[in-house]
Ligand binder design. Structure first.
Ligand code: HEC
Length: 138
């Protein structure tokens, strides 16, 4: 009986040793998760220097600080809505479709929506009348 117990003990220890996980070479040298390199920041405007950033600098910093743009986030549709609003209300010039597409692509890819930020702008038709411009509400 005692001999059987000792044998069982030895066998189970041996089995345990066999199944023990040794760190494999693959686990040790697993590559770092790939993180896309952040583009450099233009020291003058603060724009991320990627894609068509110079086109955006050329068209979007004549009237206001680039900060108004870099602090903003949006989908392509939301950026387009802001541009349409400036064209309708703030004398922003019209773009040819190609230029507009490149500007929207830069903005929506570089400054996309971000869950942790401010709420979306209120749609113009939900805004109260602007008391300072009774001729053109909003
Ligand atoms: C012709 C002048 C003009 C140009 C050029 C212009 N904007 Fe504007 N933009 C304005 C004015 C005026 C405002 C309102 C500023 C304020 O509220 O102080 C504004 C506001 C904004 C805002 C803030 C909107 C908000 O909801 O707070 C963003 C973002 C913006 N512009 C982006 C752009 C982008 C992108 C371009 C280039 C496509 C551009 N602007 C070019 C006149 C311009």
């Amino acid at each position: 009986m005692r001999r059987l117990l000792i044998t069982l003990l030895l066998v189970s220890t041996a089995l345990a040793a066999c199944t023990k996980e040794e760190p494999t070479e693959a686990a040790v040298s697993a590559p770092e998760p790939v993180v896309a390199a952040e583009p450099e920041i233009d020291p003058v405007t603060g724009f991320k220097m990627t894609g068509d950033w110079e086109l955006v600098r050329g068209n979007c910093t004549a009237c206001h600080s680039a900060k108004l743009i870099t602090q903003q986030r949006g989908t392509a549709q939301q950026w387009l809505t802001m541009i349409r609003w400036m064209q309708a209300k703030q004398n922003l010039w019209q773009f040819d479709p190609g230029t507009e597409g490149r500007i929207i692509a830069y903005l929506s890819e570089t400054y996309p929506p971000d869950a942790a930020r401010r709420r979306a702008a209120i749609p113009p038709d939900l805004m109260p009348p602007n008391p300072y411009s009774p001729a053109t509400p909003n």
